[in-house]
Design a protein around this ligand. Sequence first.
Ligand code: FAD
Length: 478
Amino acid sequence: MSKEHYKFVVIGGGIAGVTCVETLETSNDDRILLLTASPLVKVIQNFKQISKVIEEFDVTEKKALELEQTCKNVTVHQEVVDNIDFDNKIISTKRKKFKYEYLCICTGGKPKLIAENNPYVIGIRDVETVQIFQKKLKSARKVLIVGNGGIATELAYELKGCDVIWAIKDSSITSTFVDAGAAQFFLPTLLNENQRQNKDEEGATICKRLKYGLEGTRDANDSNIFGGALGPDWASGLELIDKQDKKHVVQIEYSVEIDNIIENTDDESEFNIKVRLTNGKEYKVDFIVSATGVEPNTSLFSTTDAVKYASDGGVKVTDKLETGVKDVFAAGDVIYPDWKFSDQWIHMRLWTQARQTGHYAAKCMLAKSQDDFESISLDFCFECFAHSTRFFGYKVILLGKFNGQGLLKSEYEALIRLTKGEEYVKVILKDGRMQGAILVGETDLEEMCENLILNGTDLSSLGDDLLNPNIDIEDYFD
Ligand code: FAD
């Protein structure tokens, strides 16, 4: 089998891989190869730097080969990589072999399912899993959602036309992102039909981000290879609501896990399964959506002992995104950043960080190839965590250590401002300096909070007035 030779090879057509390829392309004339299992790749459009660290963008899906038209130095092969011989720098797929000089692995993650090989338990990860979900949803009357992150939150809000039981292991909803106070703020919108309808109508005018198409699926034989992960708005763009009856009934079961799933042979109700929760309650449902997070898809590293893994399964990378294998970098959901984080940055597997690490990996690869590695320092985006999204129809901005992550409870205090149905603001202060913020609604506080966090401004003299809507903090410090 002949080998094609490329200076730069990137594996993975998700946000991390595509951003890496695009960045390599803009500052280098050598040919670049993108290998991706999925026929569609994720491309970022309308990128907007809202402030120093808050960014917003749309994500579109493109046929993998279309990328070659916009990136002239890029060759795309839709191939599943089976094996990498890291000593000889050779990548093997079923049909071909490729030789690389510098490689970036961006293979993303795969859903962690609460039960493997159970036809009534589905995980949502990519376009194909959403198609399976939609098919099952058509005839569903009762669905159980397990998980408390972004996917579960979105589903609990979007699913209509069937009863929803939302089983979460924590004592408040959406706890991957927000605290119990914000969860309480959201609850009426989730549970109260009228309020929800108003928010939906508002949301329809505000929300302008991507609506995903359903074009293209991966090779059905490669059940372990996933397409690019979906991103925000995946649920609103897909017809989850295809029934006349659009009622939305959500029942939340707090502080529980799944104890047992059994096929329902009891009665004629035709529910497929009976689920027992750890609080002893039993529900008969059509199926379970397991939205319990993803685990890094690290299988391509199985042929080397040079990489180290974090406790969450991610491949540890240095502050130059090196994996430990010579000339092999990694970015996106597959990594765990193994460096001393700046005080206000945290790692989360989000598409913002997939973009940022993909971009930074390309810069590091280029510098390495030009013997200029020492000149590289961490991008500014790793100074302060920022995430902009929508939950339950509200704009949500998370900044810095928004939940006091990594801080002892005794070390920090929280100031909260709440206007029911409108906004929820929480800032975390340590020694009078802002460490993070949760901003829900149209608060217009994001830039101010970001500046106060980044500048480490001493706010002690302000006391509770920090969140007083009648005081203009920026004037205060002028
Ligand atoms: P992926 O997008 O997973 O891409 C991995 C790529 O690698 C794919 O193209 C795959 O085909 C390819 N690949 C894997 N193995 C091989 C192989 N052996 N050979 C060749 N190619 C291979 N993030 C947010 O910030 N906000 C949200 O609201 C949000 N909502 C989400 C909702 C859902 C339903 C899901 C699943 C995720 C959501 N995320 C969200 C997370 C976000 O989508 C991911 O963090 C991000 O997309 C990861 O990008 P990635 O490029 O690292 O990996």
